[in-house]
Design a protein around this ligand. Structure first.
Ligand code: NAD
Length: 497
């Protein structure tokens, strides 16, 4: 099938990206090969910047999912991966990272086309995916056990072993980095893997599957089943999986956890957020404005850690918001593949309509809505960056995750009220404190209910830094050494001396 591409896309694409898109391998990748999906369910690959259907694929059926799990099970049980010397696993994962890095320009373009995000952001995503792979490649040779001081008659050890078959279900906003948060530690620890990418962003994962084969990852170790919710539900109910790592909305996370109860499969859940940015009057306000903007306009607000609630000292509220709007007006809305674009479209018309309807509801609740820019003259799913002031606790826009370029502003009088507002959310993913007062920073950071607190910065991710949420934002940590615990099982061995 010839890809349908908007002129801006055709002009920007490298020949390598273009020719890959002419015949993208979007079939399930099972036991080292792409095979035709056994279902009638066709899904469109849509360019959010133009609304055009680029291509289509067939969703993996329950039977395809069973085959993928069975391939991963066999690959685990016969030890073709878990029983390799750790340095060989490390070498293959490093090779995979090298291949991804070598093709970064093409994968960046695919990611920008598929998600709608600006090229500069997509480039950072691919860089992060490479960095996470390299970081966990190093872990393959560093997972150690311990000798336990049991009674002297016994020699006792606790060693870490791979869990078995690990499954991943991922969202559309950071397709490749979020896949790597799961795949890289799973493989480094000797597990095998089945991934279901979001039906809205399958391109980079399909590209990655080809690289797995090229890097010499043995057949059956990595399997991919593209599809929508039905494919995900099939994956969570197929026996033979030992752990499911899910990233997505809180509602779907609940469904995943319910399904996992039937098979007693371990789960880790990275869910939604409504993260507060607390700005005190004693902060470096220039830096705080940039930090708040980065926290909410990045990826057009479609970020789990979006700093979507600005909680600000009433005394600086008006000037801060005015300057934030000034700077926001300088952003350029447009197609992700247009070089001038700094803010892209939303992922789909459904998502755009949801954001628009939340803004309409905010207006009915008497909040004050200020849009910062005119919409581009294009057919994509654009929403202008919007600042909503006059928001009070209990307003829909204050409670619900918007997942769009919408910043809600709440004013506070004093530290206690700031914390009360910040912690009133059902979510607890991320947060930030902007202040030059070291004592205040420690006091506030200690009391914030969130998996991450950033101080005088926002959105810092690194392979070494554990990431995850509390409350309705989920449980379990990805990245850092914390993920190694989630992808291994402790075995106690006791020898009678
Ligand atoms: P979503 O919950 O709609 O979908 C996530 C994934 O689950 C997709 O692959 C989808 O196909 C699959 N799915 C849907 N129904 C399923 C079912 N019944 N069983 C199994 N799988 C099913 O989320 P989304 O719209 O793709 O992503 C946006 C959400 O993800 C937001 O809520 C955002 O906050 C969250 N998110 C969280 C993090 C984090 O690390 N905490 C990161 C990114 C996104």
């Amino acid at each position: 099938m010839t890809a349908h591409l908007a002129p801006v896309v055709r002009d920007a694409l490298l020949p390598t990206t273009h020719s890959w898109l002419e015949k993208p391998p979007l079939e399930p990748f099972i036991d080292g090969a792409f095979r035709a999906a056994r279902s009638e369910d066709r899904i469109a690959v849509v360019d959010p910047g133009s609304g055009l259907t680029v291509t289509e694929f067939t969703a993996a059926s329950a039977q395809d999912v069973e085959d993928a799990v069975s391939a991963a099970r066999t690959a685990f049980d016969d030890g073709r991966w878990s029983e390799l010397d750790p340095e060989i696993r490390e070498e293959k994962l490093r090779r995979l990272a090298d291949l991804l890095e070598a093709d970064a320009d093409t994968v960046t373009q695919l990611e920008a086309l598929d998600t709608g995000k600006p090229l500069a952001e997509a480039r950072l995503d691919i860089r992060e995916a490479v960095a996470v792979l390299r970081y966990y490649a190093g872990w393959a040779t560093k997972v150690e056990g311990s000798v336990i001081p049991a009674p002297r008659r016994f020699y006792a050890t606790a060693t870490r072993e791979p869990i078995g078959v690990c499954a991943a279900i991922t969202p559309w906003n950071y397709p490749l980095p979020i896949l790597m948060y799961k795949l890289a530690p799973a493989l480094a620890c000797g597990n095998t893997f089945v991934a279901k990418p979001s039906e809205q962003t399958v391109l980079s994962t399909a590209y990655f599957a080809q690289l797995c084969a090229a890097a010499g990852i043995p057949d059956g170790v990595v399997n991919i089943v593209p599809g929508a919710g039905a494919t995900g539900a099939a994956l969570t109910s197929t026996p033979g999986i030992d752990k499911i790592a899910f990233t997505g909305s809180t509602r779907t996370g609940q469904a995943v956890m319910r399904a996992a109860a039937d098979t007693l499969t371990k789960v880790t859940l990275e869910l939604g957020g409504k993260s507060p940015q607390l700005v005190f009057a004693d902060a470096d306000l220039d830096a705080a404005i940039d930090g708040v903007m980065g926290g909410i306009w990045t990826n057009a607000g479609q970020v789990c850690i979006a700093g979507s609630r600005l909680i600000i000292d009433r005394r600086i509220h008006d000037d801060f918001v005015a300057e934030l709007l000034n700077r926001t007006r300088q952003l350029t809305l447009g197609h992700g593949l247009a070089s001038a674009t700094t803010l892209g479209p939303l992922i789909s018309s459904t998502q755009r309509d949801r954001v628009t309807s939340l803004l309409e509801q905010a207006a009915t609740e008497n909040a004050d809505i200020q849009t910062a820019s005119a919409l581009p003259d294009a057919d994509g799913f654009f929403v202008s960056p919007t600042v909503v002031t006059g928001v009070r606790p209990g307003h829909t826009i204050e409670r619900e995750e918007v997942f769009g370029p919408v910043l809600s502003v709440l004013a506070f009088d004093g530290e206690d009220e700031a914390l009360r507002l910040a912690n009133s959310s059902a979510y607890g993913l991320a947060s930030s404190v902007w202040s030059k007062d070291a004592s205040r920073v420690h006091r506030v950071a200690r009391r914030l209910q969130a998996g991450t607190v950033w101080v005088n910065t926002y959105g810092v991710f690194h392979p070494t830094l554990p990431f995850g949420g509390v409350k309705a934002s989920g449980f379990g940590r990805e990245l850092g050494s914390a993920a190694v615990d989630h992808y291994t099982e402790l075995k106690t061995t006791v020898i009678d001396l």
